[in-house]
Design a protein around this ligand. Sequence first.
Ligand SMILES: Nc1ncnc2c1ncn2[C@@H]1O[C@H](COP(=O)(O)OP(=O)(O)OP(=O)(O)O)[C@@H](O)[C@H]1O
Length: 250
Amino acid sequence: MKDTRHAGVTSQFKIRIGEKTHVGADGTRLTAIRELSLDLAPESMTVLMGPSGCGKTTLLRIVAGLDDEFTGEIDMPAHARLGFMFQEPRLLPWRTVQQNIELVAAPGFSGKDLETLAEAVGIAEMMSRYPQELSLGLARRAALARAFSTEPDLLLLDEPFVSLDERTADRLRRLLLKVWSARPTTAVMVTHNPREALQLADNLVVMAPRPTHVLAVESIDVPQKDRDPAMIEALLTDLSKRFPANFSEM
Ligand SMILES: Nc1ncnc2c1ncn2[C@@H]1O[C@H](COP(=O)(O)OP(=O)(O)OP(=O)(O)O)[C@@H](O)[C@H]1O
């Protein structure tokens, strides 16, 4: 499944940020990122782990093209399609789940593709419902389906499973791996949950406090489906010794 990934292959996504400074309404300047360089391995899951407020969302917003007030460059193929999944599902309330997905789906995404995806993420029965009729867990499933329906070249996930109960979060992580393995795409995810990071990441990016940059990139070579709790705990013990600010219990 994952043998389509080639860690040695040149990245199509290169992030080079000299500096990103936020300017508050009162003129206060706050530098969130300084000298950050990161290449995303093709069809890999890159997970960003950094102290609270270090600049992770700022980084995702820049990569997404939502913020262009920075020095540096984001190198990606022209016409690369981006998919997003944020903490808030951000579904349009006046459209059904199906309409929300169809609105952003890739041109070649057929009705059959939609059916298959809805089935895979467990929302087949919910397609004619409106977002406010869904629990947060179901709304996140819909958001996951919407993100994949765009058939993205780059998928950006900003704490997609935060504030869900652990069982629901775990189910959603499995769903993410399932749909992602069926159609591997280059992905970047932000999380505060070290176990989640170790369960999902091919490459784990250890980020410095603000102004943030990359402290280390740890590759986890064992396929996600073969990682058991004992292995995750062993990795976590090792990382929390080396990077206590990023991997201590949160
Ligand atoms: N639009 C903005 N204007 C001013 N300051 C901002 C703006 N957006 C973010 N910041 C500040 O920049 C810093 C980095 O914010 P960011 O949201 O990127 O951090 P984060 O690592 O994603 O945080 P968290 O871990 O809490 O989710 C924070 O101090 C934040 O308050």
